[in-house]
Design a protein around this ligand. Structure first.
Ligand code: SAH
Length: 376
């Protein structure tokens, strides 16, 4: 029988494991500290344990880690895409985002911003939601990640960077709310074991409304982001098939419920497409929304995804120009909407929002040549 992997177990689960082993409960707490706070990669590094206990652990359990296959660093802004292999050979990506690159312009104090190191983590291998603008969609869903595989992205990224990760965003491959339990367990370990405050953790959903309500009911302190992209129901369904299941009214009801319960402002993500969701009507709808639900709007530039599926055009949508984006934002600000433009950090290495995808071809070649040219 395969030995259980302890990475990904919470403090309570580790205590249970130790008791089942005939050990004292507090051993679980110690294991928790060794694995997550001190980041011991194996039992023999847990030097405060007796040799006998370490041997026992070795024969009864394992600590599995992701294998870092490749790290590609953007020459432009220092964003680094980490490619990991899981124990079953499947691959996922995480993105390390250095200070001052997450947003265009200021969104934090100078000093705090300098210390910020954000990791964007994946929650699934691939994704089943099939959003037409997203590279990950081309993979379909291969499987959910375990809590250990999510947590280990943070542990490994920290080791790679050589300094603490200060913020975690669940915006990599996958839909976090379709892997809710594992995601929340990873959040518990990241906050208590890796000591990253809940308010520095953001989970982003394409709009799985019932889980937004559940998260509100559970009183989670992490932040919520919702990928909105348009306030026109038909258009949204065209873009994101999930909208047929949870249309805007249901989604926004859930977000409002979330605000009422938590008093936390939600972030709406909005990719600006040229001539598609950037009209005066769209603007008016956003203003109305932000008056009814206290929220922030993140305008995201549309990143090219042609590389993920060469020869197959998934969408005819085009990015709005930088000028159009600035103008849209200015007009929203004139209406007192809180709005930021997300930077395209990492676009030159296909590490920007929505650009995470691994296809068979890329798996065979170790470094992929970018097949797209940078847009202005
Ligand atoms: N499934 C979750 C999290 C992953 S996507 C979600 O949908 O929120 C993270 C963000 O990147 C989402 O806001 C998503 O809409 C956005 N995104 C996806 N593809 C993109 C692209 N090609 N260009 C810019 N942003 C994209």
């Amino acid at each position: 029988m395969k030995k259980p992997n302890l990475k990904g177990l919470t403090a309570a689960e580790l205590s249970e494991f130790c008791v089942a082993l005939g050990e004292k409960e507090y051993r679980g707490r110690q294991l928790f500290t060794w694995m997550y706070e001190k980041e011991a990669p194996s039992f023999d590094r847990m030097t405060t344990f007796s040799a006998k206990f370490r041997e026992d652990l070795e024969s009864r359990a394992s600590i599995e880690s992701l294998t870092l296959v490749e790290a590609r660093r953007s020459a432009g802004d220092g964003t680094t895409k980490l490619l990991f292999e899981l124990s079953d050979g499947k691959r996922i990506e995480s993105v390390l985002i250095p200070p001052k690159t997450a947003f265009k312009g200021k969104d934090a104090g100078e000093e705090e911003e300098q210390k910020r190191l954000t990791l964007c983590v994946s929650t699934q291998v691939g994704c089943p939601l099939d959003c037409s603008f997203c590279a990950t969609a081309t993979m379909g869903l291969l499987r959910n990640l375990t809590p250990g595989e999510i947590v280990d992205q943070v542990i490994q990224a920290r080791a790679y960077a050589g300094k603490p990760i200060t913020n975690v965003v669940y915006m990599g491959m996958g839909e976090p709310f379709l892997n809710y339990e594992n995601v929340m367990k990873s959040v518990e370990i990241i906050t208590t074991g890796l000591k990253i405050a809940a308010k520095r953790i953001t989970v982003s959903t394409a709009g799985w409304a019932p889980m937004i309500r559940q998260m509100a009911d559970e009183g989670r302190k992490i932040k919520l982001a919702v990928s909105l992209h348009t306030l026109d129901d038909n258009a949204r369904t065209e873009l994101m098939p999930i909208n047929a299941r949870f249309p805007l009214e249901e989604l926004l009801d859930a977000v409002e419920y979330y605000y009422r319960k938590t008093k936390e402002r939600v972030t709406f993500e909005y990719i600006l497409f040229d001539g598609w969701n950037d009209t005066d009507d769209d603007l008016r709808r956003i203003v109305k929304l932000s008056r009814s639900i206290p929220s922030k709007i993140n305008i995201i530039p549309f990143h090219d995804i042609a590389f993920a599926n060469p020869g197959v055009k998934r969408t005819s949508l085009k990015p709005a120009s930088a000028e159009r984006m600035e103008e849209f934002v200015r007009r929203l600000r004139d209406e007192h909407v809180t709005v930021f433009i997300r930077s395209s950090a990492g676009e030159d290495i296909d590490a920007a929002c929505g650009q995470l995808a691994i296809n068979v071809e890329r798996k065979r070649t170790s470094a992929k040549k970018p097949t797209h040219t940078a847009r202005r």
